[in-house]
Write a protein that binds this ligand. Structure first.
Ligand code: PNS
Length: 159
């Protein structure tokens, strides 16, 4: 049995993330989706509990997916949940440098390895930062996020 951990900031979760989880759920026996703090991204728009609430409603159609949140090192969570490895999505070459560095750091401090999955090209422009910005300025992002996120974004202002 293979259990994988799919970590992210998910501030908020968008359809590119959902696609990654759906792909992982097809490839592996169990997928744990975890909202974590990215220290390089500041406080963000939603707190961890809110991000977790939004994640909760997104994967009811996938029985082998569970969700959690964690305030600490991703490799500690990987050990805690018994994950065999970490999954990360790559949208473009620009993601690769920082993702490779994180994967190598995580491997060096814990031995936990990371597997990269490509995002479908039709969703490669999706980024939580841009979705927050467009929503804050009144743009329509409803086709880019799950319904539960769309309603939460309405009326919220990004930092
Ligand atoms: O969606 P993101 O912002 O690309 O996700 C990044 C995240 C949250 C997975 C990363 O910042 C992380 O692992 N944070 C937890 C703290 C940690 O383990 N830092 C060391 C990373 S090498």
């Amino acid at each position: 049995m293979t259990r994988v951990l799919y970590p992210g900031s998910f501030d908020p979760v968008h359809n590119g993330h959902v696609e990654m989880v759906e792909t992982s759920a097809r490839l592996f026996d169990e997928v744990v989706v975890a909202a974590l703090i990215n220290p390089s991204k500041g406080d963000g728009l939603f707190d961890l509990d809110e991000r977790m609430d939004m994640l909760d409603g997104c994967f009811d159609h996938l029985p082998n997916v569970s969700t959690t949140s964690f305030d600490g090192l991703v490799v500690d969570l990987a050990r805690e949940v018994g994950a065999d490895f970490i999954i990360k999505g790559l949208r473009a070459v620009s993601d690769f440098e920082s993702e490779l560095q994180m994967a190598q750091m995580n491997s060096a401090i814990s031995g936990v390895e990371t597997l990269f999955l490509p995002t479908a090209s039709r969703r490669s422009f999706l980024a939580s930062r841009l979705i927050r910005e467009v929503a804050r300025l009144g743009g329509d992002v409803s086709t880019m996020v799950p319904d539960s996120v769309s309603s939460r974004l309405a009326g919220r202002s990004a930092p």
